[in-house]
Design a protein around this ligand. Structure first.
Ligand code: 13P
Length: 263
């Protein structure tokens, strides 16, 4: 049976379905999406819905989503609050534009821009201090998987990205996104997702404690579509999804959300 709310002891983990739009959509395309999307998700009450558009679309999106439960988030944030950092954006600025979440350490930033775990760690600290909920992305490349190094790589990403971060008060979301499944149409199998999300929760328990591990939401990302979302959500340690391509169309994203809602 598909669980709408993952229940582990005293902890309820609300399913989170998040859209990562990456570098897509102009403001008028964002507005068109929002107008089409809102009526499709009006009655969604169990699933937490989040969209992370490009920075230029944040403010118009928050205006259009006012009065709805759909949340918005940034795709990245710098670790300093302000100053001479050309091209960067601070967590406080994202909050100012209506964000409650921010994606940190997406594999495209790690691979294309060269972000290290040390940078990811600084960004998570800054986001949390400012009051944003970070979504920490982890995941192995195809080569790392083929070399049987997937667990080791994800363990290192978690350990180093969370160094000196107190999760006692501040909730964290972890997104497991195997690099080889992103934008390829080749999603991880349920077995792969089960193994890695279970491993992530166990490692969080080692880094922190069982309570924090049980309260942390873990998402799967990588070629999520309406026809595979149910398989992922049925896994015990998968508490939602981070959706790229399929979140760009109002209809397909709404159908993914509804799969979580209807269970
Ligand atoms: P796709 O859903 O397009 O594979 O992208 C996944 C992703 O990178 C979400 O952050």
């Amino acid at each position: 049976m598909l669980l709408k709310v993952k229940n582990e002891g005293d902890f309820l983990r609300q399913v989170l379905i998040a859209g990562n739009w990456k570098m897509n959509k102009l403001i008028d395309e964002t507005e068109e999406f929002c107008r089409e999307f809102l009526p499709l998700v009006e009655d969604i009450s169990k699933v937490e819905v989040l969209i992370c558009p490009v920075f230029t679309s944040l403010y118009p999106m928050q205006e259009l989503f006012k009065g709805s439960k759909v949340k918005i988030g940034g795709q990245d944030a710098f670790w300093e609050p302000r100053g001479a950092y050309t091209g960067e954006i601070s967590p406080a600025m994202l909050l100012d534009a209506g964000c409650s979440y921010v994606i940190i350490g997406h594999s495209e930033r790690r691979q294309i821009i060269g972000e290290s775990n040390v940078i990811v760690n600084r960004k998570i600290k800054a986001a949390m201090e400012a009051g944003l909920n970070p979504i920490l992305c982890v995941g192995e490349t195809l080569q790392e998987r083929e070399n049987q190094r997937a667990l080791e790589v994800v363990k290192e990403q978690l350990t180093e990205s969370l160094q000196d971060i107190d999760l006692g008060e501040k909730p964290l979301v972890v997104a497991y996104e195997p690099v080889w499944a992103i934008g390829t149409g080749v999603n991880a199998s349920s077995d792969d997702a089960r193994e890695m999300t279970g491993f992530i929760r166990k490692h969080l328990a080692r880094l922190y404690n069982e309570e924090i591990a049980a309260a942390t939401r873990i998402l799967y990302g990588g070629s999520v579509k309406e026809d595979n979302i149910r398989d992922f959500l049925a896994e015990e340690d998968v508490d939602g999804a981070l959706v790229g391509g399929a979140s760009l169309k109002a209809n397909s994203f709404a159908r993914i959300i509804r799969a979580g809602e209807d269970g």
